[in-house]
Design a protein. Structure first.
Length: 278
């Protein structure tokens, strides 16, 4: 029989693994070099403006939090992995804006009810393993009539397919954990938020990524810098055949040889905004 104490200890261990996953590699460079404009897209869609109090959940190095601060908002950038904050602080200083940086679990945010005018997340909250808990927290800390804005990779898009490619090589997820790209499925997000939100707007868009000269360059970049990819490779490090197979599959994905790959330079995401009901 599982006790509440053991469940809590298991959750703490899971979150420690998640923090370690994102602390390795160099996610700030991935955000800055591959998707530098996505945070500003989300901030604009949310209508962030001067005088608002804004929370960025899963902020990383501030890809959305810094544009929100540049719009004049009072911003808190929160993330489970505070090791990512230092790079964000340097960027914010260069751009002449101030914001708060706070370590926080998206599934148990350390903020009061209805504390923020806008609660947003740019490819951040999608990595919280328990989607219903995270969605409940997004709603709880947003004031009635405030905006909830999400930008997440779709299951059908390039990053969603990358996670599908890595899945057979990764350790099994813990009980109750859900795949991150589900946050890029409109029906899933609508179901998570339910009647707690109104005025839903959802649109699938793409960001063009043409940085990589070869499929192998893409693969090696993510093997070196992107926490989830690094973690999968570590889990099979003792198996040269599986490592070589994953090498081939990721390169094939980037080459467009994987089923349904389409234009691998157009990475699809879901832009979702709503207002908290009540």
């Amino acid at each position: 029989m599982t006790t509440q104490h053991s469940a809590t200890e298991a959750d703490r261990a899971l979150k420690a693994r998640h923090r370690a996953m994102w602390a390795q590699g160099d996610y700030p460079s991935v955000a800055a070099e591959i998707i530098p404009g996505l945070g500003a897209v989300l901030v604009e869609a949310c209508g962030v403006r001067s005088g608002q109090r804004v929370l960025d959940v899963g902020a990383g190095s501030g890809n959305a939090a810094i544009p929100a601060a540049l719009a004049g908002a009072d911003v808190v950038a929160s993330d489970l992995t505070p090791e990512l904050f230092e790079a964000g602080r340097r960027v914010a200083e260069r751009q002449g804006v101030e914001l708060s940086w706070q370590e926080a679990d998206a599934e148990a945010l350390p903020f009061g009810d209805a504390e923020f005018d806008t609660v947003l997340s740019c490819v951040g909250v999608m990595f919280a393993p328990h989607h219903e808990q995270a969605a409940g927290e997004l709603v709880r800390v947003c004031r009635p009539g405030g905006t909830i804005g999400l930008l997440n990779w779709t299951p059908q898009g390039f990053i969603g397919r990358m996670f599908a490619t890595m899945k057979p090589y990764a350790p099994p997820p813990p009980p109750g954990a859900q795949p991150p790209p589900l946050w890029g499925d409109e029906d899933h997000v609508r179901a998570l938020l339910g009647d707690r939100v109104t005025d839903v707007r959802a649109e699938r868009r793409t960001v063009r990524v043409d940085r990589f000269e070869t499929p192998e360059a893409f693969r090696d970049y993510f093997k070196e810098r992107y926490g989830p990819t690094i973690t999968v490779y570590k889990s099979i490090a003792g198996d040269p055949e599986r490592t070589a197979a994953l090498d081939r599959e990721l390169a094939d994905l980037a080459r467009g040889g994987a089923p349904g790959a389409g234009d691998v330079r157009e990475w699809e995401y879901l832009l979702f905004t709503a207002r908290r009901a009540g």
